[in-house]
Design a binder for this molecule. Structure first.
Ligand SMILES: [Zn+2]
Length: 332
């Protein structure tokens, strides 16, 4: 049984903006609650759509677009039901951090969650058991986080067990979002992320990384805005937009060798930019030791072939930090 109580009625027509109340008893507030914002906009029968941001608190483009959408969208403009959670892991959103400061929970790693666990686990449980079963599609907008810089992309997630028709529809919609790059994840059936929860619940799962570095990318905001509008149109929740988006480049992350890690603590000097094409053995960068300048820099090479789609943002690295990752074109 979840301890989370919504202040809105999911079946009511019109627009409601309210809270998911999550009990959080602390010294400052014995009967306190975390109030996770939620909006439900409903107008008769039609598609059932869940839009999420703030899964990670330091990823902002989705939070901006969904906050504005809640203010701007009028029920008479849509049909069906749109559920919007712009700050899903609220404590992380308020702190501007990837994980929750209350329980160190990384929401996108704890699904299926736990109704009796910490706040992050309770949120995951509520999304998986209560929200996902209500909808046809979920879109969860990410933005790289403080430690990474991404070339913006939309993503789609399905598993080998996803029915063929749903897989076809998932691939069709993600190519019509107007985002020039698309990452395709055929996931193993293992728990952890919100996409895994969506796959378990038979829900079309869309995502994407639209920025990074803990800042707000104007380009990323524009892409999320376009993706939301086209998503609503694709499922028939809103007037259809002109179908004139160019075919995106379809990519995938091909395995562990797509990732490059720092071999030593130090200062990482990258040798590539986002979008560069590399081959195995090409230089990714050097780790330098300004505190011991007689020590020679350590070269770090790519193990795979592909395009640089993600780079580490802060200059200082610890051993094991991911400094870059690749993706490769995918023909489907
Ligand atoms: Zn994220």
């Amino acid at each position: 049984m979840t301890q989370i109580t919504p202040t809105i009625d999911f079946d009511q027509e019109g627009k409601q903006v309210g809270w998911l109340r999550l009990p959080h008893s602390v010294t400052r507030s014995a009967y306190g609650t975390l109030t996770i914002p939620i909006a439900v906009i409903r107008n008769g029968a039609g598609p059932q759509i869940l839009l999420i941001s703030g899964n990670h608190g330091d990823e902002y483009e989705g939070q901006i677009v969904l906050t504005r959408l809640i203010q701007d969208l009028r029920p008479e403009e849509i049909c069906g039901r749109i559920i919007i959670l712009p700050a899903l892991n609220l404590p992380a959103v308020q702190a501007g951090t990837r994980v929750s400061p209350l329980d160190d929970g990384n929401l996108n790693r704890v699904f299926p969650g736990d109704p009796d666990g910490g706040p992050t686990w309770k949120i995951a449980d509520y999304v998986e058991r209560h929200l996902l079963p209500m909808v046809d599609v979920v879109a969860d907008f990410h933005g790289g986080g403080s430690s990474l810089e991404y070339r913006p992309h939309a993503s789609v997630h399905y598993s080998m067990d996803t029915p063929t028709e749903q897989k076809r529809r998932s691939l069709e919609v993600v190519q019509k979002l107007g985002v020039p790059h698309v990452m395709v994840f055929e996931r193993m059936p293992r728990p952890g992320g919100l996409p895994d929860a969506a796959i378990r619940q038979g829900v079309i799962s869309l995502g994407g990384e639209y920025g990074g570095m803990g800042c707000v990318s104007r380009k990323g905001v524009a892409l999320v805005q376009q993706a939301v509008a086209r998503l609503l149109a694709f499922f028939g929740a809103k007037d259809t937009l002109p179908p004139d988006v160019p075919q995106p480049e379809m990519m995938h992350i091909f395995g562990a060798e797509a990732y490059v890690y720092a071999p030593e603590p130090g200062l990482f000097e990258p040798a590539t930019d986002l979008g560069d094409r590399v081959r195995p053995g090409d230089l990714c960068g050097h780790v330098l030791f300004p505190d011991n300048p007689a020590r020679p820099p350590i070269p770090v090479a790519f193990e795979g072939a592909g395009e640089v789609v993600c780079k580490r943002h802060p200059g200082r690295v610890e051993r094991g930090d991911c400094v870059a990752h690749l993706a490769a074109p995918l023909s489907i």
